[in-house]
Write a protein that binds this ligand. Structure first.
Ligand code: FES
Ligand code: FES
Length: 883
């Protein structure tokens, strides 16, 4: 550590032992504990906001968010972290969270676990409400809190002297096998990138643009480089290879160069490596950038106007145009008994995964560069970083480190290239971790989309035509924005039979933060509009919400929006039937009720060849390494892949060790489109069958040491949107869902019932967890979440203002799992990662209209009583968003 030391020692007790540290002026207790004392269970999710709870410790017996507490104030205090709990307490906590399925990405869990200890020491038998109130200071983006509450209840039983919770240690398809690695994650023992240490490690920091649009006149790094402890300052001039990268278009520069324009506030101008993180950040602040500010283009319609300045030099402002036409929609509308039309608007929202982006890069003894990331496609990271450094891909070894959540927001490159360059330039390991504020500025968001719909039906309520025009703000870079709007178009009619379709969806560049993949990928936006139209038509015809949907949902033999005829695994009717009693009982009870359906593609499709790849390697210690090309980001992929392997081989789950790295060429692209279980599972099943065949000859694993069982499964039979082909098959599979939202007497969300067709339940606990977490995200989308921008700059990075729901905000959520096996999926399974939030906002809108007669068409519905009852989502700064 460098010159920040004040020389004032701070003495305190840490987990029962006396410690003396010399923190820098203003250093937080969080940083001091992590960096000076080696405490890894406390995490940095939002420093210095003090709003996520990930950094919680007990100080003098009281819960304290250590990121908002100066280390020097620890003098004489007693600090307890999870590392200091008794062995039994640690075992109880870790087993309870693992057994209850309370861990998804796991980033938030250690903080919740020590909060639970504090609660249970004082109140050994808390009610569920008391638990929810106790953990209210903790944000979980993954779970919807349901299984976290159950975990604390399990903990409580053991705390009172009951039996230790027992996670399910083995099981194939259909069994509630404990999440792979959950026990260690609950205690914060499985390192995220930010927890990784290396001898001689340097720390990186970035210089981000202060403007949404400006010409960069000069970048002066002199003062930064002069700071003691700084080892490198790099800019565009230092990039040896191709500076521009991207998932689908190389339109995103790793650094913006002098003379070029910055296009959004997340643009990178320089990067610094220093002996410690504080020095790196101070040096970054000393990089002097001279700008010539230019008026930003913030409105996608203005960006399409003739003469509008071009946002991105690599592509015109119209990023993509997706068209779907079948039948004569104009004529069908003219002949319809009823027609409704309107404009629906959805907002930009932030993924708010709890773990901000981070990467660590280091040179290996053989000269290669090792890159550790939590990206959603580490092979894509490798491809882009190799080009950036101008080295062959084989010279970059990538490894997936546990991811603290992603939801689509870690598909694009964030800090990988800059970290790799700093490691190359300095010859030392470099770790670069974004702050929450930087993270909010940098990664792509969920698209704001304006959706103009006109929909007709006959006098019995059967849909005749859908005409939809969508325009989405894709921000400064392509990311996968064109595909998001393509997916919105392809789901424009929802899970309904429609005679004639006329859909156009545009993705447009602006100087707002980029928008790209986020759970649902354009489909929640389309669902909000088409389901609203269904409700409006139901009124005109004189039907209720369940009945009009019942008259229109697709069945085998029907076509979806893209023209694909459904041939199998269409569970929408089952999901509708599953909620029928709940819907009508609530109405009879005089409740305000909303209902909405949804479908979501499983697999990218649209003519893209997709892969599942697996290698099973029998190791000398008798275990089997299970390599695959898709990413674990909290959704439970590694666990379900093990379950497929267990089901096929008959071996114990504990023998399998899932791995994602570049040992084998297993690149499958991004973990996106609800496809990893579908395609990754097929590959694991196939490789496992080969291992099983050898075991069936009487050989044992000991006999098979060194054998590699390979499976590369390609799926290349989908067709592009609008392709002129005899048989349209835009997607391998679809998931289906119906959700019911019930309000209480004052208009608060009281209950959500979510019925989902998942094909085949591979793991009931993980499956429910995915849907509960999605419903949580869907309720936030409906009511409280937004990320407005002022002049292209997000007006807030405050977790509470961004509006993700807290435990106390979550209503009772019941999940009904329906099985309609998918013949193209492993054991009948299909993806469930995204569909859980597709119908939610529309169902909330329907319930609100039933409550107060107001049909809301703009998200989030903050004017509603349901939103006003939430504890989050109040933005205290001015708003200036494009819509
Ligand atoms: S890091 Fe301290 S509360 Fe979020
Ligand atoms: S498990 Fe809570 S944030 Fe991921």
């Amino acid at each position: 550590m460098r010159a920040y030391h004040r020389g004032v020692p701070v003495r305190f007790t840490l987990n029962g032992e006396g410690r003396t540290i010399e923190p820098a002026s203003g250093e937080s207790l969080l940083d001091a504990l992590r960096e000076r004392c080696g405490i890894a269970s406390i995490k940095d999710g939002c420093q210095p906001q003090g709003q996520c709870g990930c950094c919680l410790a007990l100080v003098d017996g009281r819960p304290l968010v250590t990121c908002a507490f100066e280390a020097e104030r620890a003098e004489g205090r007693d600090v307890l972290t999870l590392e200091g709990l008794s062995p039994r307490e640690r075992e109880v906590a870790s087993r309870a969270f693992a057994a209850a399925g309370g861990v998804q990405c796991g980033f938030c869990i250690p903080g919740v676990a020590i909060r639970a200890k504090h609660l249970l020491d004082r109140r050994p038998d808390p009610s569920r409400d008391e638990i929810a109130r106790a953990i209210d200071g903790h944000l979980c983006r993954c779970t919807g809190y349901v299984h976290i509450l159950e975990a604390v209840e399990l903990m409580a039983k053991a705390w009172r002297g009951g039996e230790l919770p027992v996670p399910v240690a083995d099981g194939g398809v259909g069994k509630p096998l404990v999440r792979y690695g959950a026990v260690g994650q609950a205690l914060g023992e499985r390192p995220f990138v930010a927890d990784m240490q290396r001898p001689g490690l340097l720390h990186g920091a970035l210089v981000l643009s202060a403007h949404a649009r400006a010409r960069v006149l000069s970048i002066d790094t002199t003062k930064a480089a002069e700071l003691p402890g700084v080892r490198a300052v790099v800019t565009a001039a230092d990039v040896p290879g191709e500076r521009w990268y991207g998932l689908l278009q190389d339109d995103w520069p790793g650094f913006v160069a002098e003379g070029e324009e910055v296009r959004c506030v997340g643009d990178v101008l320089a990067a610094v490596a220093a002996e410690d993180a504080r020095t790196a950040r101070e040096a970054a602040a000393r990089v002097a950038v001279e700008y010539q500010p230019l008026p930003p283009l913030l409105d996608p319609e203005a960006a399409l106007a003739p003469g509008a300045p071009r946002v991105n030099p690599k592509h015109p402002n119209l990023l993509s145009r997706s068209l779907i036409r079948s039948g004569d929609a104009a004529r069908a509308l003219a002949a319809s008994a009823h027609v409704v039309s309107g404009t629906w608007r959805t907002q930009r929202i932030e993924h708010l995964f709890l773990e901000p982006e981070a990467a660590l890069a280091e040179s290996l003894p053989d000269g290669r560069l090792a890159l550790y990331t939590q990206g959603q496609g580490v092979f894509d990271d490798r491809r882009q970083v190799a080009r950036f450094l101008d080295v062959p891909e084989e010279q970059v070894r990538v490894e997936l480190v546990p991811s603290g959540g992603a939801f689509g927001g870690k598909e694009d490159m964030s800090v990988q290239a800059q970290t790799a360059l700093l490691a190359r330039v300095t010859g030392r390991p470099v770790k670069l971790v974004l702050s929450r504020e930087e993270s909010v500025c940098m990664h792509p968001k969920r698209h704001p989309i304006r959706l103009d719909y006109t929909v007709g039906c006959d006098d019995a309520g059967r849909l005749t035509a859908v005409v939809a025009r969508m325009i989405g703000d894709s921000g400064a870079y392509a990311s996968v924005g064109g595909k998001v709007l393509e997916r919105a178009a392809g789901h424009a009619c929802g899970p309904y039979r429609v005679g004639a379709v006329d859909v156009e969806a545009l993705a447009v560049y602006t100087n707002n933060p980029p928008c790209g993949a986020m759970r649902g990928f354009g489909v929640p936006q389309a669902a909000f509009a088409i389901e609203g139209c269904l409700d409006l038509l139901a009124k005109k015809v004189g039907l209720d919400g369940w009945e009009i949907r019942s008259r229109n949902v697709v069945a085998v033999g029907d076509a979806v929006t893209t023209g694909q005829l459904l041939e199998k695994s269409v569970g929408i009717r089952k999901t509708l039937d599953a909620v029928k009693d709940v819907y009508y009982e609530a109405r009879r009870a005089g409740k305000a009720v909303g209902i909405a359906c949804g479908l979501k593609n499983s697999g990218i499709g649209n003519g893209v060849a997709e892969w599942g790849k697996c290698r099973l390697v029998v190791e000398a210690d008798g275990t089997v390494s299970l390599y695959n090309g898709y990413t674990e980001m909290g959704q439970g992929l590694m666990t379900v892949l093990v379950q497929f392997a267990v089901e096929v081989t008959g071996l114990r789950a504990a023998l399998f060790h899932p791995k994602v790295d570049s040992t084998f060429a297993l690149g499958c692209g991004q973990t996106t489109g609800s496809r990893a279980t579908l395609f990754g599972g097929r590959a694991v099943t196939s490789a496992s069958a080969k291992l099983r065949a050898d075991l069936d000859t009487g050989l044992t694993l000991a006999d098979l040491v060194g054998r590699i069982y390979a499976a590369d499964e390609v799926v290349d039979d989908t067709t592009a949107l609008g392709a002129d082909v005899p048989k349209i098959k835009t997607h391998t599979s679809y998931g289906f869902a119906t959700q019911v939202v019930i309000l209480d007497a004052v208009g608060r969300v009281e209950r959500v019932v979510a019925a989902h067709d998942v094909g085949r339940i591979v793991n009931p606990v993980l499956c429910r967890g995915q849907i509960e977490g999605s419903v949580h995200m869907g309720l936030g989308y409906a009511l409280t979440e937004e990320l407005p921008c002022e002049n292209g700059m997000p007006v807030t990075s405050s977790l509470r203002e961004i509006g993700v729901l807290r435990a106390r905000d979550m209503p009772k959520t019941e999940v009904i799992l329906v099985e309609e096996p998918e013949p193209e999926g492993p054991f009948g399974a299909k993806g469930v990662g995204e569909i859980g939030l597709v119908p939610t906002a529309a169902a909330v809108a329907g319930a609100l209209e039933a409550f107060d007669g107001v049909r809301r068409t703009t998200l989030p519905m903050k004017d509603s009583p349901a939103a006003r009852a939430m504890s989050v989502g109040r933005i205290r700064r001015p708003r200036g968003d494009w819509h």
